[in-house]
Design a protein around this ligand. Structure first.
Ligand SMILES: [Zn+2]
Ligand SMILES: [Zn+2]
Length: 411
């Protein structure tokens, strides 16, 4: 529990920065006092007595909460009656009705296998964590992240049910309808082009999330903060701001590019299976167990030439990278070719890198409240402590921009 011990000494809001004080005055509103206590408290259980039982129950709840998004994303049960399946990340789902039923059944079986594979990998991370990393599994981190993810998923339901957002998307659909199709593609070539377009869009939106303060501080930072990254302790991003989530911008770019290159992948045949298997292998991209396996196999390492394997993505989460990779590397979702082409590729080493933020003083976010709200609180304080003329750069400047009156609070 190296990190949670560190957490006790980690600076919280109360001890640092301009106009930061979470110690309420005598006579402060009770709610404010409760909020201050919650903000400062460290979610940490002793490994004995009733706390051990409480930890076991909380960990079980966290595991169920973790399984929930796996079910939402992959939905193995509904796949049995599926109308469509995902072939490759960021490629439009394939409608099954136009395929022979035996072939459609095979694709559904692979999709179910993909969902089960992610769950098995998550459980292997749990079982093999100490063997792979030499540290005990960080149960508190998993509970923290699961609570945060649970909240973010809930907020996503409200966002997607929002009429304003829906009408905005309807406008975009109408705009797309007016875009002409330039190239018509079919079969395996269509599938490859669709995968290239999808990953290209993801690459640039993800890279933008790492360079723009607004996109980074108000969203993508959540995904990067955990110092004990595994498939079970991986934070999703706030869906409240669709555009700042990695992939959010590409969701807008993708249909546009796809419209220019209309691609019909139904007749792709064997290529559909190959791409689905590649998608399955790269899906659990935050697994320490898979990192250990990959680092021992020359064959698996060779996949890095084309695919964003778990090793490649883990380096993206590293806080050890230096030099030209210091502001980020390996931005692709499934294909490593864009990073290689645009000079942001970093080859993984055999040892699993330390993960987390580049800032060595970064807050360890020892409770879900702080995990969720710290970036927003920090940006709010930066705005409050600086002149209006600095606000555009505080909000939308480069990630490494430091305002004239900096907030002495860690990320
Ligand atoms: Zn990232
Ligand atoms: Zn990630």
């Amino acid at each position: 529990m190296k990190d949670t011990k560190l957490a006790a000494a980690a600076p919280g809001l109360g001890s640092m920065g301009i106009a930061v004080n979470t110690t309420p005055r005598d006579g402060a509103h009770p709610l404010r006092r409760i909020a201050a206590v919650l903000w400062r408290s460290d979610l940490r259980f002793a490994r004995s007595g009733w706390q051990r039982v409480a930890l076991a129950l909380a960990a079980l709840g966290a595991l169920v909460l973790w399984l929930l998004p796996q079910a939402v994303v992959n939905d193995p049960l509904s796949l049995l009656h599926a109308q469509s399946v995902r072939i490759f990340y960021m490629v439009d789902d394939l409608q099954l009705s136009q395929l022979p039923s035996s072939f459609a059944g095979l694709l559904v079986a692979i999709a179910i296998g993909r969902a089960i594979f992610v769950i098995i990998v998550g459980l292997l991370d749990l079982l093999l964590y100490r063997r792979v990393t030499g540290r005990a599994f960080d149960w508190e981190s998993m509970i923290n992240v699961s609570l945060v993810n649970g909240f973010l998923m809930l907020s996503g339901v409200f966002v997607l049910a929002n009429d304003g957002l829906r009408s905005l998307l309807a406008h975009y659909d109408r705009l797309l309808a007016s875009v002409p199709t330039l190239v018509d593609l079919n079969g395996a070539l269509a599938l490859v082009v669709a995968a290239l377009i999808g990953d290209f869009c993801f690459y640039w939106s993800h890279r933008l999330c790492h360079s723009n303060r607004f996109l980074w501080n108000l969203g993508h930072i959540h995904h990067h903060r955990n110092r004990n990254l595994t498939q079970l302790t991986c934070a999703i991003e706030p869906p409240l701001m669709l555009l700042q989530a990695a992939g959010g911008i590409s969701l807008l770019m993708l249909p546009l590019l796809s419209k220019l290159f209309t691609t019909d992948i139904h007749s792709a045949g064997l290529a559909l299976i190959v791409m689905m298997l590649a998608d399955t292998w790269t899906d659990p991209s935050h697994s320490t167990a898979m990192y250990a396996l990959e680092s021992k196999s020359r064959l698996l390492k060779s996949l890095r030439r084309v695919l964003v394997t778990v090793g490649v993505h883990f380096v993206h989460h590293s806080r050890e990278v230096e030099g030209r990779y210091g502001t980020g590397c390996n931005f692709g979702a499934r294909l490593s070719i864009w990073d290689r082409l645009f000079g942001t590729y970093a080859e993984p080493g055999d040892a699993i890198p330390e993960t987390g933020l580049f800032d060595p003083k970064a807050d360890l976010c020892v409770n879900p409240l702080r995990y969720l709200l710290l970036p927003y609180a920090r940006m709010g304080l930066e705005l409050r402590g600086n002149a209006w003329r600095d606000w555009p750069r505080i909000l939308f400047g480069r990630v490494d921009y430091e305002p004239p009156n900096p907030v002495r609070m860690s990320h």
